[in-house]
Design a protein around this ligand. Sequence first.
Ligand code: SAH
Ligand code: SF4
Length: 350
Amino acid sequence: MIPLASVMKEKIAFYSLTLSDLESVLEGLGHKKFRARQLFQWVYLHKETNPENMLNLSKLFREEIPSLFHFELPEIILHKKSKDGTQKFLFRVGEKLSVETVLIPSGERNTLCVSSEVGCNMACNFCYTGTQKLKRRLTADEIVGQFLRVSHLLPENVKISNIVYMGMGEPLDNTDAVLKSIDILHAPLGINLSLKKITVSTSGIVSKIPLLTQSGVRLAVSLNASEDETRNKIMPINLKWNIKTLLEACRQHAIGTKDKVTLEYVLLKGINDSLEDARRVYEITKNVPSKINIIPFNEHPGAPYKKPLEKVVDAFQNELIYLGAQTLRRRTMGDDILAACGQLNSEATL
Ligand code: SAH
Ligand code: SF4
């Protein structure tokens, strides 16, 4: 019999495999399907990657595992803590590249904001990540790896409760890896994160939104303007899919998942922050089951915009509330370490 290891040319990144991928790999190598479930549980549920300790597996299979898979995680090359408790991690991915991940504690909740790409090609002109061109899309194991590495650093009694795909990159420009990572993080035999605790934020790649609807995760969309003229100027994606098309996709997602969509609205001084904007936002979103997440612009080096005064932010939010919209105000977390929304740029951090 040919030893299995010699059949496989390269070791597979274990963290890139969903349970069903793992079943296929092992079945393809002549193993019983339940072996995949056992191995998956060891790794994700019991956090055990040393096959010698996986005692319910046959000795032969235990010996074979190291030749089939590797369990490498991206390395943390920088770790900063903000005075508000936010932590920022710089991860090395591949030889020369890096991405940022942010952990945001809030009461019982610990939200991890993961990156999906190194840089971003969507060119939104208010975003620091957008100034760094796309270098590479992350693989599923690099996304799952951000979660696992940070989890391992936390004390035993502290768990990551929520995950948001709001770090560097456009998740819907990397749907294969993003959907695989969601499948892995959600798998009930493993990490078992509820789909309602997973949010994917997009700048508005409308053609891909149905994939998120099918997966059942929560959707956040960067609306950021009340009419197309302004949105065309600040988010070039709007030239392809305008506000009306985007909001219709949001409505379909809300219907499909029976869940409200989060509409992110970054307030840029003098650009999209007037009371008229607030009224238009209400009008265009009133038929979309949604909540509006108001994000005062976070300033960053070279930014062409300013943050509106606090009273302007208040007035904008109050107008929406008065009209009947559901709003929330995103607290600026971690801005002393450039870990707030739109401040991530791994080139500048290095
Ligand atoms: N690419 C995705 C997810 C990453 S950006 C998207 O665009 O949705 C995450 C959020 O940060 C988006 O809502 C974006 O509008 C917001 N953002 C970008 N730059 C910002 C800045 N400088 N200040 C505040 N929010 C910003
Ligand atoms: Fe990319 Fe999102 Fe930044 Fe736009 S806002 S450049 S899509 S990361």
